[in-house]
Design a binder for this molecule. Structure first.
Ligand code: ADP
Ligand code: MG
Length: 399
């Protein structure tokens, strides 16, 4: 029996294709299918691990997976896009030293073990339309698709928040990225036609409607692959933590920008810049939620532009390509605003664009970028999508 209804096109078509790829690879039918979207953060960047507010949405790009249980205690993995495979015993859940996506699977399995669940073996095939390392959280989508499909396969009952935390732990321990909860919450808990407002201090989730047909979310992938595990992300996180402890607060969330003039002399330059970004970004996010509520997308755009400047100048997590995309896109008629999105050091930018000019804006950004860098950026429009889902394949679909 299916616990969730299968989704509508194009996702159900993609899922049927992955079930077919599974059958061809393993010579046996899959019994469950799952899909997890990537995410774009509209605003609230690098504040999740500071207890702040974030406003992401799931995007219409997915990792899909098909799976079936096995009797031999083996976990068999297959990436249909690259043909890559990996096999390990379900009892061998240590992190492999190789750069392998099996680490994300091992991390999620280790999370289920920690919940006291008995792990049987299974076979899994995946495929994806989310760019890898593009700042759109393919890593959280991979964790989420595995978590959802295993829940469906073995009938494990968990809440979305529990799964998000389990996936976050996998990212910390198996990918080496000390991320906050935003990515995993967004890919697991998002709702169609809504932005997800997550209060990272209380973990309270609420939804901000975004279905205004006059405006579109445009994503521009710089094609610069970021390497969050390489240390800069962890350094920023450490500077914020150190600043909070110097200022005697549990997290920077407890402060607001009115204290900035007073704390300037207490912190060193590095901490000052980080704190200035975090406090002003928290305020921009709250203001953006209010502006969405008033349908004032021009004000949201202004906040996006200010967020980019703060990430570029104070937090220093942008790069030349993202600065170029933000600066050129912000100038175009019909664009409310544009900023880098995600952890930074590469990856993607997000823009709010009037629907009437979306094609010409995409063309202008593409040609300006190509003239500067000699290659085209990947560029696409998305509506806010639903979070990860899994469903069983009915017997008659298999036969
Ligand atoms: P982002 O989450 O922004 O895409 P990360 O560096 O956090 O960037 O995650 C990218 C990593 O996630 C890849 O290097 C790969 O190990 C893993 N990954 C994500 N999606 C897939 C996939 N479809 N197939 C294989 N590995 C994947
Ligand atoms: Mg990631």
């Amino acid at each position: 029996m299916s616990t969730q209804d299968p989704p509508s096109p194009p996702l159900n078509w993609f899922a049927a294709r992955i079930a077919d790829a599974f059958r061809k690879h393993y010579q046996t039918p899959a019994t469950v299918v799952a899909a997890a979207p990537g995410r774009v953060n509209i605003i609230g960047e690098h504040v999740d691990y500071n207890g702040g507010w974030v406003l992401p949405a799931a995007i219409e790009r997915w990792i899909v997976a098909a799976a079936a249980p096995r009797e031999d205690g083996v976990v068999a993995l297959h990436d249909d896009r690259t043909g890559e495979t990996a096999n390990f015993l379900v009892t061998e859940l240590g992190r492999t030293p190789q750069r392998s996506w099996s680490n994300y699977v091992r991390g999620v399995l280790a999370g289920f073990t920690a919940l006291g669940l008995q792990l049987p073996g299974f076979s899994l095939t995946i495929s994806s339309t989310i760019p890898l390392g593009g700042g759109l959280s393919s890593s959280a989508a991979l964790e989420a698709v595995v978590a959802r499909i295993l829940g469906q396969l073995f009938g494990w009952e968990t809440t979305p928040l529990q799964l998000a935390k389990l996936c976050q732990r996998a990212e910390h321990d198996y990918a080496g990225v000390p991320c906050g909860l935003m990515d995993q919450a967004a890919v697991l808990m998002s709702r169609e036609a809504h932005l997800l407002l997550l209060d990272c201090a209380t973990e309270a989730v609420s939804f901000v409607p975004f279905s205004n047909p006059d405006w579109q979310i445009l994503i521009i992938n710089s094609g610069v692959a970021h390497e969050l595990a390489d240390g800069e992300y962890a350094k920023r996180r450490a500077a914020c933590h150190q600043a909070a402890s110097t200022l005697g607060v549990k997290s920077l969330r407890e402060l607001d920008s009115s204290c900035l003039p007073g704390i300037g002399r207490i912190l060193n330059e590095e901490m000052n810049r980080c704190v200035r970004h975090v406090l002003t970004e928290n305020e921009r996010t709250i203001q953006a939620v209010a502006a969405f509520g008033r349908n004032d997308l021009l004000e949201v755009g202004r906040l996006l532009n200010a967020s980019h400047a703060s990430l570029r100048d104070d937090y220093r997590v942008s790069c030349a390509e993202l600065d170029f995309i933000a600066a050129t896109t912000q100038q175009i008629e019909g664009v409310a605003g544009c900023r880098m999105t995600g952890g930074g050091f590469g990856g993607s930018a997000v823009a709010l664009v009037q629907s009437a000019v979306i094609k010409s804006v995409s063309n202008t950004v593409t040609s300006d970028f190509a003239a500067r860098y000699g290659r085209s950026p990947e560029i696409f429009v998305t509506r806010p999508a639903a979070g990860a889902i899994a469903w069983s394949i009915l017997q008659e679909e298999i036969l």
